[in-house]
Write a protein that binds this ligand. Structure first.
Ligand code: ZN
Length: 144
């Protein structure tokens, strides 16, 4: 289960809207709780590193960007608990590409975007053998 505020969900949706028709992506920053849940305290927007032609269907975070993000997170004493990205004009479920480029433990929030804004938003967690994703429950709260 992942805990997140409405405000952060709005930030993810806003990023998805802004980058349409391209995929947006970013980090979910927060804490791994002792009960196995994750709490998201901040989002960290990352540019889409792919070339224009591929930007529409797959996201990629460059190692440089990830290192920069990790430094930022460490400076705040927090963890990267997951990643978010958008699926322009396609459902908010992980693609085969996503499955091959994900790691268990992290949360993957995917939002579906179109020319009017964003629609479905789901969080996914990869099975420990990396064979598939399972939907993860999102617990929305006013404040954390
Ligand atoms: Zn994807």
């Amino acid at each position: 289960m992942i805990r997140v505020t409405e405000q952060l969900i709005d930030q993810i949706r806003e990023h998805g809207r802004r980058d349409y028709p391209y995929e947006c992506c970013g980090l979910l920053i927060g804490k791994f709780e002792s009960d196995g849940r994750k709490t998201v305290l901040e989002t960290y927007a990352i540019s889409n590193a792919r070339e224009d032609s591929a930007k529409r269907n797959r996201f990629l975070i460059t190692p440089e960007e990830l290192i920069k993000g990790e430094r930022y997170v460490a400076s705040k004493g927090l963890d990267i608990v997951g990643f978010y990205h958008s699926h322009p004009d396609s459902p908010a479920r992980p693609s085969q590409y996503d499955l091959e480029h994900a790691w268990p433990t992290y949360s993957y929030i995917i939002v579906s975007s179109n020319n009017e804004g964003t629609t479905d938003l789901f969080s996914w967690e990869q099975e420990s053998d990396r064979s598939k994703f399972n939907e993860e429950q999102i617990e929305l709260s006013d404040k954390l």
